[in-house]
Design a protein around this ligand. Sequence first.
Ligand code: FE2
Length: 292
Amino acid sequence: MSMTQSISVRKLHPALGAEITGVDMRRAMDAATFKAVHDAWMEHLVLVFPGQHISDEEHVAFTRYFGDPEIFHQAILKSTRVKEIFRLANVAEDGALMPPAHKDLKQIALAQMWHTDSSYKPRPCVGALLHGLEVSRTGGQTRFTNMYRVWEELPESLKRQARGRKARHDFGNLARLADIRKPTAEEEAAMPPVWQPMVRTHPVTGRESLYISPIYNDMIEGMADADAVRLVADLTDFASQDRFVYSHWWTTDDVVMWDNRCTMHQVTPHDPTERRVMHRTTIEGVDLVLPA
Ligand SMILES: [Fe+2]
């Protein structure tokens, strides 16, 4: 039976982020609770749910309130038991700590650069929910930036270069940034590069935001490649100012849920000999309303 859960919302940073208490993800949510959570999500962009002692199956079931869970297109980095779980971990499924030079860890480490998840898909994901199972004490903070505010406050000289343009998002760019496992021919065929508008209108809030994903962006239409990379770097520098950024220090069994349509995120480095196990679900994309 689902009952209305009485939730409370505490703001974590002036730009974005709120802590939600009173929700137990193991229980079914009724329509009123779902609406309260969804409204808070749209207002605060990043929600932190402390103390969620959930299994992977419960994590996936909670995700389904918000959409279909995405299944990662590569054979690596996902749970062999629950295919909707994407593993950001330096610990293999058998519990063994992985050597820092492992190619999977180099791929995971690229998340230290600002990005928004699965922007390389024709319909990028809506958002994601990350569960901290073994959290880092030496780093491993997740930092989020509010891309509505970034777009609003962007200097006109930069706005002019982004407005009306599309940027290319290529999953294959990861293998150009670091010495990681090359995507197989099959994985490459499944994920050809896509062009996304650099300014998008959020389908729920109707607000415009800047949409870039620096780890995947390699080209911008109407620009030489070097100029494109420089523009993405300038936009990223602007977006990473403290006034736009909430940094989350993890506690075990936090679940952090973010909107990938209007935020970017990055993880801070941590001691590679310290165990870190984070499980993510990703909410599959739906058709977007593009700016007129
Ligand atoms: Fe990410």
